[in-house]
Design a binder for this molecule. Structure first.
Ligand code: ATP
Ligand code: MG
Ligand code: MG
Ligand code: MG
Length: 480
């Protein structure tokens, strides 16, 4: 009488035994065939209700989305497209559902509409597939790093530091917002606050991660990250998940190799464990592509793209080479870019996407960014032309996404680091805890951050980041 998941039932070759299943009704045809789904797979279990099993009253209650417990015998199915079905011996209605009011009618809904009913969208095939794949990628992340002997270090959600210095922090405070205590000069007095200082939600676990790496040699963090991004794009969330490995005794080259291996591992893992769901999304995308004019269609299907990425090395170029490619491009010459191109710019996503989608047609790792546009902790490259200082940074750009990884070798030389912090007006004193890793046995070390949702976007072929996180937080949107 123990419940069996529908996926497990459909995968087993056995018939003739009695089982219990529970799930939600997707459709009910001819008062006879229930398509039952429990979220373990997009494949519904066909439950056959023989004449006379249920009275008319009960039959009427088997509506779309009603929840059921069914006990029955697994029998070979005479129908096409399914090997077995369940001949019901007893059906119990666990929860009724008013099918007329149920927002998810058995038809194709737009993603925009489904975003509005995000509380129910898990019950659709598209989101069923996406979130099972997301789960697998999270699981594979832990497996990948665990197998390599990394320690999973939990870095704090509330911090007093802004790792990126980008000022995109959400404040954490218990001070009264209407009338906070103030200092004589009128500024808010955070010494009165819960932590006795101004605090915020983490924008990256990296700095804390470095403390772990300089003790355990190799660590990774994987947790929620918060940025008050004012940009409303299809690639940014206010709350997203980031995977941040940090490795001691590691240079920029090892760092790139690890990131590439990790991305390929995740894709392969999903292809091995989520074949059905990927095939579903592949088909969904193919149907969508058919709606587009020939010239706008992508050259590869989803599965084809994923296979290609696991079988081919990523392109590796320097920032300077990237800028030169852009300056040489027909897009630049025909003034197709919205933002200007010149050595020193922080490449915009249109530039990054040109490089991966039009020029190289594969993932690209860009290294050696100008120091001026990168964070203070990145290692200064030796022997730069004055005014053209670069750092040992690397970004991985992916087709259809743009930046998916940001990483660097860290500045391990105390003096250079202090100098850079001073130049950038960072509070050297306050960050003494960070500098201690350089004072007491400094080592070359490196790490990167992979935006988990961007990785899920890449693997699922979806195009809006709101569709690959269960509960999206974006400007003016935090419904529940
Ligand atoms: P972008 O240029 O796209 O704004 P970033 O350079 O600000 O990204 P990093 O600070 O390098 O981002 O963070 C590391 C990774 O985290 C990025 O490569 C990206 O994959 C992911 N990421 C950054 N910001 C967001 C966001 N707001 N929502 C989702 N993922 C993000
Ligand atoms: Mg950003
Ligand atoms: Mg960036
Ligand atoms: Mg970045």
């Amino acid at each position: 009488n123990k419940r069996i998941k529908i996926k497990e039932l459909l995968q087993s070759k056995q018939t003739g035994h009695k089982v219990t299943v529970m799930g939600w009704v997707r459709t009910f045809r001819n008062n006879q065939f229930i398509a039952l789904n429990d979220g373990s797979t997009n494949n519904n279990l066909q439950v056959v209700v023989e004449l006379g099993l249920l009275d008319d009253e009960t039959l009427k209650r088997i509506t779309t989305s009603a929840s059921l417990k069914v006990i029955g015998e697994v029998v070979p199915s005479p129908g096409k497209g399914q090997k077995m079905e369940l001949k019901a011996a007893a059906i119990e209605i666990l929860g009724d559902s008013d099918a007329e009011k149920y927002p998810l009618q058995p038809k194709k809904h737009s993603l925009e509409f489904l975003r509005e009913i995000a509380h129910l969208r898990f019950r659709t095939n598209t989101f069923g597939a996406i979130f099972r794949i997301r789960h697998s990628l999270a699981f594979a992340t832990h497996k990948f790093f665990n197998d390599k002997g990394f320690v999973y270090l939990h870095t704090p959600v509330i911090t007093a530091s802004d790792a990126e210095g980008a000022g995109e922090m959400f404040r954490v405070t218990t001070l009264p917002i209407d009338n906070p205590p103030r200092k004589e000069n009128g500024d808010v007095d955070f010494t009165e606050d819960f932590f006795g200082k101004s605090t915020n939600l983490t924008v990256s676990g990296q700095l804390e991660g470095e403390l772990g790496a300089t003790a355990f040699s190799e660590i990774y963090t994987f947790g929620p990250t918060f940025r008050a991004e004012n940009s409303n794009t299809t690639r940014h969330l206010a709350e997203f998940w980031m995977i941040e490995p940090e490795m001691a005794f590691c240079d920029i080259e090892d760092n790139m190799n690890l990131a590439e291996e990790f991305i390929q591992y995740l894709i392969r893992y999903a292809m091995e464990h989520n074949g059905e769901d990927l095939a579903f999304l592949d088909q969904r995308l193919a149907d969508e592509e058919k709606q587009k004019p020939q010239s706008e269609r992508s050259e590869m299907g989803l599965l084809e793209k994923l296979r290609f990425v696991t079988e081919n090395k990523f392109e590796r170029i320097t920032y300077t080479e990237a800028i030169n490619i852009l300056l040489d491009s027909p897009a630049y010459k025909k003034k197709k870019f919205k933002y200007d191109v010149a050595w020193g710019i922080d490449m915009q996503s249109e530039h990054e996407r040109y490089l991966v989608e039009k020029h190289f047609k594969k993932p690209v790792i860009v290294t050696g960014y100008p120091a001026a546009i990168k964070a203070f902790y990145m290692r200064l490259n030796d022997g730069c032309e004055p005014g053209k200082e670069t750092v040992a940074a690397m970004d991985i750009l992916a087709p259809g996404i743009g930046e998916i990884v940001g990483g660097s070798q860290r500045e391990e030389r105390l003096e250079k680091l202090e100098q850079r912090m001073t130049d950038m007006h960072l509070p050297v004193e306050e960050m003494s805890w960070y500098l201690d890793t350089r004072r007491f046995g400094t080592v070359p070390h490196a790490g990167f951050g992979l935006g988990f949702e961007r990785m899920v976007l890449f693997v699922t072929g979806m195009t809006n980041i709101r569709d690959v996180i269960p509960f999206a937080r974006t400007p003016k949107n935090c419904e529940f």
